[in-house]
Design a protein around this ligand. Structure first.
Ligand code: C2O
Length: 485
């Protein structure tokens, strides 16, 4: 057999290429962690100037260059074909959500630094836990609304670009911070902080952990435009500051401690995810490389504090016997619910009476009650949220701080009519709501779900009681209330 020198060198070249693809990324953290600051501080404004410079430079690069703006955004998701290496790799609706996005924005930050200034550190959008519905932190930072800045995107919800405010209920953190466990396994993800346990990566699933639902998905829908669709979201420069904040809230949750548990498994810890480094080489990291962002990645956040939530949400206790979960109330799939611009009340027929199990309030580790919305369909993301209230009394103003509030329906990352394979189910852990209503004597054998549309508040207006501009209509199939299995 004759192997020519040319064949030999081609073989060697191929070998070298594959070897590069399999390399672990070299991460050299600064000894003193860099600080990712709040974008609206004086230092934040300086950082935004550097960011604008980097965004502009990256826009100027060829679409085939993995360090270009469009290529980086397409790694998250894109409608563009043919698909290039590492496109469409974002992880949604599973417990890989937080680890993948931490890596994604880490590499992006390096690329912006290279395109702009060595002093650049990705700032965060500090929208959480506002003091009022017109807290300026709920507005897009001014630079993003300046039409002559590279940070401006005209596709957003016009009200946000005009200085409108995110709905306050979408960004309070009690919902996520109350969660005690990173994952509750392959079921009951709504009771977890970080999402559904899965055996391998999934681009889109709907096993959202609490933080991914609120504020993550919510802010995507509220900003609207590109941000409301995972296949375009990362093209909007605000995407990256939103994700810096989500990453910061992960740190904040860990700092709350008092029993909060990162119950990761080897699958989560060892999964390799690939990115491009500044040299345009593909390389991978695993979650083990990013657990401690200060030590391993060399950055920290200016402020990693959030209010301590009033309640604690644990995973459901493991059942000793394998019984099917008790179905308490159900609206069958053929009675589809339509969500539009006005609030609606929907009665959910009770299947089993005795909706007041003592164990709910008495037990230290109560059985969890879960509200499940199945087969959610929409052509176009409505780009608002629907606050959910249980047994809201007639005449009572819906308010996310009231005892009746159970969570908010958001659409980002759910099945889209143009795609086929992912599920479109949302779950809400309503155990605490039911317990509160029991105490108020408002939890009898009837279940009414009220959906209240809520979009950004327009500048100069007070938060609308209950009427929202929706970008599309959504419908829900089956609605059920059951004990967690
Ligand atoms: Cu991968 Cu905020 O999205």
């Amino acid at each position: 057999m004759n192997i020519t020198l040319k064949q030999m060198s081609i073989f060697l070249l191929l070998w070298a290429l594959t070897a590069t693809c399999q390399d672990k990324c070299v991460v050299k953290p600064d000894a003193k962690p860099r600080v990712r600051v709040n974008a609206t501080t004086a230092e934040g404004k300086k950082q935004l100037d550097l960011y604008a410079k980097g965004v502009k430079a990256m826009h100027g690069r060829a679409a085939t260059d993995p360090t270009s703006w469009s290529y980086q955004a397409a790694m998250h998701g894109t409608y563009t074909t043919p698909v290039q290496p590492l496109w469409n790799t974002c992880q949604h609706g599973t417990y890989f959500f937080l680890s993948w996005h931490r890596m994604y924005i880490y590499f992006f930050e390096q690329l912006v630094r290279g395109a702009s200034d060595p002093a650049f550190n990705l700032p965060y959008w500090d929208y959480d836990n506002p003091t009022s519905s017109t807290d300026p932190r709920l507005q897009l930072p001014a630079e993003f609304r300046n039409t002559s800045s590279p940070l401006y995107v005209s596709e957003r919800n016009p009200s946000m670009n005009a200085g409108g405010y995110l709905p306050a209920g979408d960004v309070e953190t009690n919902y996520s911070m109350s969660r005690m466990m990173f994952t509750c396994g392959a079921t009951n993800w709504a009771s977890s902080f970080g999402g559904k346990q899965v055996p391998s990566p999934i681009h889109f699933s709907s096993g959202f952990g609490a933080l991914e639902s609120l504020p993550h998905n919510a802010v995507h829908d509220d900003v609207g435009g590109w941000m409301s669709d995972p296949n375009t979201a990362a093209q909007d420069p605000i995407f990256w500051l939103h994700h810096a904040n989500i990453d910061r809230l992960w740190d904040a949750w860990e700092k709350l401690d008092s029993g909060r548990t990162n119950n990761w498994d080897a699958t989560w810890l060892d999964q390799k995810f690939y990115f491009f480094n500044e040299k345009k080489q593909q390389c991978y990291l695993t979650a083990r490389d990013i657990l401690d962002d200060a030590k391993q990645l060399g950055y920290t956040y200016e402020n990693e504090k959030v209010p301590v939530p009033p309640t604690k949400v644990s995973c459901p206790p493991k059942k000793v016997t394998a019984t099917t979960p008790r179905l308490l109330a159900e609206l069958p799939p053929e009675k589809r619910t339509t969500l539009g611009a006005a609030p609606i009340n929907v009665d959910i027929p009770v299947k089993e009476t005795g909706l007041t199990p003592k164990k709910l309030t008495a037990a230290a580790s109560p059985q969890r009650l879960v509200l499940t919305l199945d087969d959610i369909q929409f052509e176009k993301n409505p780009a608002v949220g629907y606050e959910i209230y249980l047994n809201l009394p007639k005449g009572e103003q819906p308010n996310y701080k009231s005892p009746y509030y159970a969570g908010t329906v958001h659409f980002f990352g759910l099945k889209h009519s143009r795609e086929e394979n992912h599920d479109a189910q949302l779950q809400f852990d309503v155990t605490d709501v039911v317990a509160r209503l029991q105490k108020l004597g408002q939890w009898k054998d009837h279940v009414t779900v009220t959906y209240v549309p809520r979009g950004p508040t327009e500048p100069g207006k007070v938060a609308a009681a209950a009427e929202a501009k929706v970008a599309g209509t959504a419908t829900i199939g089956r609605i059920s209330l059951s004990e967690a299995d």
